[in-house]
Design a protein around this ligand. Structure first.
Ligand code: ADE
Ligand code: ZN
Length: 342
């Protein structure tokens, strides 16, 4: 397949996606296809019965389904197919660079060898630019509701096998699991030259955003929407230009906010925060990154100027190398000019 840069006349800008869990891109059709391939009996009556369960009360109710559906991912080929399906859909959404989260512990706990997970994902990211015109990278996330010592053990294994990860993250059930519990794994990552990000301030308090930055030394905060509850923290994030990877449709579906019109993203921008737009778990939350941009445009009356600025921040907040960064920023300028001219 040839590279297809986002069309300058698409209604959403070319961008980077910095907050997407590859396991959260597992669409119902692929769940069924992989279950058949791996001869796994699903507990749902049919695909419509599965789809009927995509109603969530909070983060935990989503995580229960998210982890259950991962049972179909068994082999390196499954992980490669999953990533390629995401690249294919995300390319249509205008994603030109993607930094993919994956949850090694969620698969190790089911008996899937680390080498299968890494081999499958690494194979897909190695060819994403040639196949989909999208540069990509992997960030290993640790599950904050599992022991911190286990995270260290898994990172050591990833380092030993020379897994092509650019960084580490922290995800899963947030409340009651503060970032500072994971100081050892973040120190190990730092000592090995890895980038550091963490989920904080999604359901957890603003204090978790503060300790993610001050104790773990994260360079980006995933979600961080509750930061606004602490004005001193907002100043700290703005002053140090620490980006927040915000996921508007996820926040609505997990009831972090009641309606998209009440999303704090405009207030975050007004406070001077570096905010990016992302899909989180698009198969579960009703939209890929383009749907998130569109939802914001509709809710807040934004046009190409506002969307282009959000897309620029996504490139600036990414860990992409400088030549590609400059190329992608030029694409956004071109998109904005074309959008203004039509
Ligand atoms: N894992 C996958 N999606 C997540 C989210 N939105 N918050 C925390 N952990 C997650
Ligand atoms: Zn997330």
């Amino acid at each position: 397949m040839n590279a297809h840069p986002a069309s300058p006349t698409s209604d959403t800008p070319p961008c980077a996606e910095l907050h997407v869990h590859i396991e959260g891109t597992l669409e119902p059709e692929l769940i069924y296809a992989l279950a058949e391939r791996n001869r796994i009996e699903l507990s749902y009556a049919d695909i419509d019965d599965l789809r009927a369960r995509y109603e969530f009360d909070d983060l935990q109710s989503f995580l229960d389904l998210y982890y259950a559906n991962m049972s179909v991912l068994r082999t390196a080929a499954d992980f490669a197919d999953l990533a390629r399906a995401y690249f294919s859909r995300a390319a249509r959404a205008g994603v030109r660079h993607a930094e993919l989260f994956f949850d090694p512990q969620a698969h190790l706990a089911r008996g899937v060898p680390l080498v299968s997970i890494v081999e499958g994902l690494a194979g897909a990211i190695a060819t994403s630019e040639a196949e989909f015109g999208m540069s990509s990278a992997l960030i290993a996330c640790f599950l904050r509701d599992r022991p911190a010592a286990e995270a260290v053990e898994v990172l050591r294994e990833l380092l030993t096998m020379d897994a092509p990860i650019i960084g580490i993250g922290l995800d899963s059930a947030e409340a009651g699991h503060p970032p500072e519990d994971f100081v050892d794994v973040y120190a190990l990552a730092d000592a090995n030259g890895l980038r550091r990000v963490a989920h904080a301030g999604e359901e957890g308090p603003a204090d978790y955003v503060r300790s993610a930055t001050t104790v773990l030394g994260v360079e980006r905060v995933d979600h961080g929407v509750r930061s606004l509850e602490d004005p001193a923290l907002v100043s700290l994030l703005a002053r140090n230009r620490i980006p927040l990877t915000v996921c508007p449709l996820s926040n609505v579906r997990l009831k972090v906010v009641a309606r998209i019109e009440e999303h704090p993203l405009p207030a975050m921008l007004a406070a001077g925060l570096a905010v990016t737009v992302n899909s989180d778990d698009p198969a579960y939350f009703g939209g890929y990154v383009d749907d998130n941009y569109r939802a914001l445009a509709a809710a807040f009356g934004w046009g190409s100027g506002e969307l282009a600025n959000l897309a620029r921040t996504s490139i600036e907040a990414s860990f992409v190398e400088p030549t590609r960064r400059a190329e992608l920023l030029r694409e956004i300028d071109e998109w904005e000019r074309a959008s203004d001219g039509v």
